[in-house]
Design a binder for this molecule. Structure first.
Ligand code: NAD
Length: 480
């Protein structure tokens, strides 16, 4: 097995993940003037619930271990995914919940940070087993008040998806049937169960918007010696799951050349570019990227992290770029799709080499941004666009007809439909996501460019987060 999750025994630096997050926090905190007590409170992990519960699996009772961590309740609800993996541990869940706190602040989503983990390998269980485990986990959360639309709202993460979120929503509503907003207890649900269109691809789409904004930054590209623009950027992606696949797809659709995809069982490479939709078809049919025609297969997948490229996008797991390989990374930009893919110890080596790291807490925030939209949709009990789509279309039609009359020029049916179309839910979700990623990018860059002693984008992103969280604490009146 590869270095799945943050298993300390596999981590060449031997630094626990939560400590690694805090090392980055401390670099930013050292540049700020806040009282020590306030900074200590922001970085501390407030509540961690460890649970064990019995579940009957194929006639035998198994004791399952699980966690839910609420790093910060400075804004409520807490928000963060649930990981299903046999490598989950308390340190990892705490670290990931801390990253959620900072991520929400960076992209102006009014939530505290949370994260959950169930210590199982989902591949070893039937769908019925997984349903029993997920429902029982939800009941534990309900009993200890670690779930609810105003308290803590989970979402999918590594090893879980819309199906698990539907089970959670159903269990929660069964216990809280008279709560009018019950369905907002979890996000990432299937559309018929209260999900929002655009959530599944949101993290990859957000990564695409973030990378596009970065490579269009002429000054920054000059600094790292890259031509501005997405066109013909050569990209290697690690992970072909939700984040990796969608990131590769959107980047390829906008002129990038995906030269390598790395999975746990090897990598496929093609210097002329991989056909991402065809690779996805092959992956879905066979369960692997192995055997894909039109590419060379590399057994030692992780060696491809060290190949020449413009952008390396690690979108699988944490600690993938570490002291063991940092010195050999040749990419000009590392686009962090996964949470914590670069270790704190490896980062200085990469920065020294002039590599630009676009940090996770900004770049992979698309999922939580669209989760926020789903939560808003659930609270408002109405689909985005339902009230105004037709109204806007009618107005646009009137305008176009007026222009046609005044100019004497008639539009084709296709042109008319393009100009008059009203926005539906997916248009609005994608537009909100795009706006969020663009404005957050400029907030971070403004800090990087104007604040003294800020030397990289991660420190700038941490400062952006800490500033906003500090304001919340001052508003709560806890700190004078
Ligand atoms: P996923 O389970 O859909 O996909 C992960 C992929 O990585 C799988 O295809 C898996 O086979 C592959 N993989 C596992 N070990 C690997 C290895 N050693 N080398 C290469 N590939 C390997 O998970 P996901 O939702 O895409 O999440 C990936 C990362 O992105 C995680 O760090 C997660 O916390 C983070 N993230 C996810 C979201 C989201 O909305 N899903 C949002 C923010 C951050």
């Amino acid at each position: 097995m590869s270095t799945l999750h943050h298993d300390i025994s596999h981590n060449p630096e031997n630094i626990p993940f939560f400590e690694s997050v805090n090392m980055n926090f401390d670099k930013a905190a050292a540049l700020l003037e806040y009282p020590k007590g306030l900074l200590d409170q922001i970085r501390a992990c407030n509540s961690v619930y460890y649970m064990q519960f019995p579940v009957r699996i194929q006639g035998e009772v198994q004791v399952i271990q699980a966690w839910r961590s609420e790093h910060s309740q400075h804004k409520l609800p807490c928000k963060g995914g649930i990981r299903f993996s046999d490598m989950v541990n308390q340190d990892e869940v705490m670290a990931l919940s801390a990253l959620m706190t900072y991520k929400c602040a960076v992209v102006n989503v009014p939530f505290g940070g949370g994260k959950g983990g169930i210590k199982i390998n989902p591949k070893n269980y039937s769908v019925e087993d997984l349903e029993r485990i997920t429902r029982r986990y939800t009941v534990e959360l309900i009993h200890k008040n670690f779930i609810g639309p105003a308290v803590d709202v989970p979402a999918p993460d590594y090893g879980s998806g819309a199906r698990e979120m539907a089970w959670i929503a159903d269990t929660y509503t069964a216990f809280n049937g008279r709560e009018i907003d019950a369905i907002a207890c979890v996000t990432g649900k299937p559309i018929p169960q209260g999900g929002v269109r655009g959530r599944t691809e949101a993290t990859g789409r957000g990564l695409f918007f973030g990378v596009r904004e970065t490579v269009n930054d002429v000054e920054l590209m000059k600094q790292i010696g890259l031509e501005p623009g997405l066109q013909n950027k050569r990209i290697i992606v690690q992970g072909f799951g939700n984040v990796g696949y969608h990131s590769a797809l959107f980047l390829a659709e906008h002129g990038c050349i995906i030269t390598g995809i790395i999975e746990w069982d090897g990598a496929v490479v093609n210097p002329n570019g991989l056909d991402i939709p065809a690779l996805k078809k092959h992956y879905d049919a066979t369960g692997s990227i192995k055997g894909f025609e039109g590419a060379s297969f590399i057994e030692d997948g992780n060696s491809v992290l060290e190949y020449e490229c413009d952008i390396l996008a690690p979108c699988a797991l944490e600690a993938q770029i570490n002291l063991g390989n940092a010195g050999r990374i040749k990419a000009k930009i590392i686009a962090e799709g996964a949470n914590g893919p670069v270790t704190a110890a490896a980062e200085p080596i990469l920065l020294q080499k002039g590599i630009l790291i676009i940090p996770d807490m900004f770049l992979n925030a698309g999922g939580v941004v669209v989760s926020y939209f789903e939560w808003l949709k659930n609270l408002s009990h109405v689909r985005f666009g339902r009230m105004d789509k037709r109204f806007d279309e009618r107005g646009n039609h009137n305008l176009v007809s007026m222009v046609e009359k005044l100019t004497g020029h008639s539009l084709s049916a296709e042109e008319r439909s393009m100009l008059t179309r009203g926005a539906d839910e997916e248009d609005l979700v994608n537009s909100g996501l795009e706006d969020t990623m663009i404005s957050s990018y400029h907030e971070i860059m403004n800090i990087w460019r104007t604040k003294k002693n800020v030397h990289d984008m991660r420190v700038a992103a941490f400062i952006s987060a800490i500033d906003k969280i500090a304001v919340s604490y001052y508003q709560l009146g806890i700190f004078p």
